[in-house]
Design a protein around this ligand. Structure first.
Ligand code: ZN
Length: 442
């Protein structure tokens, strides 16, 4: 990956492409298992050569068990006049996700025990799940609930909950080295745009983009159901996770809020530093927050038995916007501009990881004379960046170290290193900086 690659990608309408994919995925009723998730993965295969995996129900995965598979065809509640007062066909949020099948007549009083609403936002339908506790239920707007009259109601959920499998998608993009970047996103929510079709859409187009750009690192994209999917994936892939050198959980990247980055549990890994650097120099407000053991699948990747360098990249954090987990998290809540902004910041982060090499100054005794090489005031050369790279390239600093020390944006440091290498003033140090520092070789 080069600065030219970054510029070429920046010129494309990536935000619009991600938005179009999200629009296509939006109507599907997904859950942690079942055909909705499967259909979503199949649709992604039109963009990237995703491999679809199936893990049978009942499989033990650490302290958990892969649940029975849930599928739904239809659901409704009819009043005494036979009118559908709640209809799954109008919004898949209307059914409690993982609801047991039901087909009976109940009183309004009994029905109410199985209804979920949001009194503070009476027009919105909440998104509720009951994965691990068997129950049936419906979600509806509070206004609809208030309008229900006394009487009998026919409740019907045409769903199945039986032995099947948990589905996930995985794509491995081989780079020059085996070191991997893990990109993970959850895909188990039904018609919700920001949480987390935005993450799925962005990760898919990012994978598609990386297929067209030469990359040093290898990339592993996983599209999994939240929590149980990450636990299942880690259980199956435990022997290979030491290849993961950097990782990001991507979620909620389409809203208009500022970027929030939640650090990995280790807090000071390259991915933490790379994201922080991009945000510091982006000219916009942002938040960087410490790791805490709640949130998305970083909880599993950063559990103490793994402690992987995986942070969480999002815009407004879950629960901090009222639309979260409601019907208002729809296609009007996300914007192509925000998706584009999230994408470009992620690509800038990957560019740092790709190019964070350590160099050696080949003319370390006093400053080399840049003027006679045409390096002062040469086009594109940031003189201060040249001096910083020369001074700190003693084998103990990589380019991100230099960017941080100089407070100069990484791509300027990267360009300076490229220019100095062309002029034979710098060469790649093949000994990692940390080893040099440890052995006192620098
Ligand atoms: Zn969610």
């Amino acid at each position: 990956m080069t600065i030219d690659d970054l510029k070429a990608v920046a010129a494309k309408e990536i935000g619009a492409e991600i938005y179009a994919l999200i629009t296509e995925l939006f109507p599907i009723c997904r859950s942690i298992t079942g055909d909705g998730f499967r259909q979503t993965m199949t649709l992604l295969q039109q963009h990237i050569p995703l491999k679809i995996h199936e893990v049978p129900s009942g499989t033990n995965v650490f302290d958990w068990v892969v649940p029975k598979e849930w599928n739904i065809k239809d659901a409704y509640v009819k009043n005494a006049q036979g009118e559908k007062v709640i209809d799954f066909q109008k919004s898949n949020l209307h059914v409690l996700n993982y609801s047991l099948p039901v087909n009976k007549v109940v009183s309004l009083q009994e029905l109410k025990e199985h209804l979920f609403t949001l009194p503070d936002h009476p027009d919105w339908i909440p998104y509720k799940t009951s994965y691990y506790k068997e129950n049936w239920g419906f979600c509806l707007s509070h206004n609809t609930l208030m309008a229900l009259e006394e009487g009998d109601y026919e409740v019907f959920v045409d769903a199945t909950l039986e032995a099947g499998s948990l589905t996930y998608g995985e794509l491995y993009l081989k780079g020059e080295v085996a070191d991997e970047v893990l990109i993970s996103c959850h895909g188990c929510h039904p018609s919700l745009a920001n949480d987390n079709l935005s993450g799925i859409g962005l990760a898919t187009i990012l994978a598609k983009t990386l297929q067209t750009v030469p990359h040093r690192l290898s990339y592993r994209f996983v599209f999994i159901p939240g929590t149980i999917g990450a636990i299942t994936w880690l259980s199956i892939n435990e022997a290979n996770v030491d290849k993961i050198k950097h990782g990001l959980v991507i979620t909620g990247v389409g809203d208009a809020g500022k970027i929030t980055y939640k650090k990995s549990r280790r807090a000071d890994t390259d991915i933490d530093r790379a994201v922080a650097h991009v945000l510091k120099h982006c000219g916009q407000t942002y938040d960087i927050i410490d790791f805490y053991p709640y949130g998305y699948d970083e909880r599993q990747y950063c559990s103490p038995g793994f402690n992987l360098p995986v942070g969480c990249f999002m815009r407004t954090p879950y629960g901090q916007y009222p639309e979260y987990h409601t019907s208002a998290d729809n296609l009007t809540f996300i914007q192509p501009e925000s998706l584009n902004d999230s994408f470009s910041k992620l690509l800038a982060t990957l560019n740092i990881l790709e190019n964070n090499h350590t160099y050696l100054n080949l003319s370390p005794k006093c400053e080399p004379q840049l003027g006679k090489r045409g390096l002062y005031s040469s086009i594109g050369a940031n003189e201060l960046a040249l001096l910083w790279v020369l001074n700190l390239s003693d084998g103990s600093n990589n380019l991100l170290d230099i960017a941080e020390s100089s407070d100069i944006e990484f791509t300027a440091i990267q360009s300076a290193a490229q220019l100095l290498s062309m002029h034979k003033l710098l060469e790649h140090s093949h000994i990692p900086a940390k080893i040099l520092a440890k052995e006192g070789l620098n």
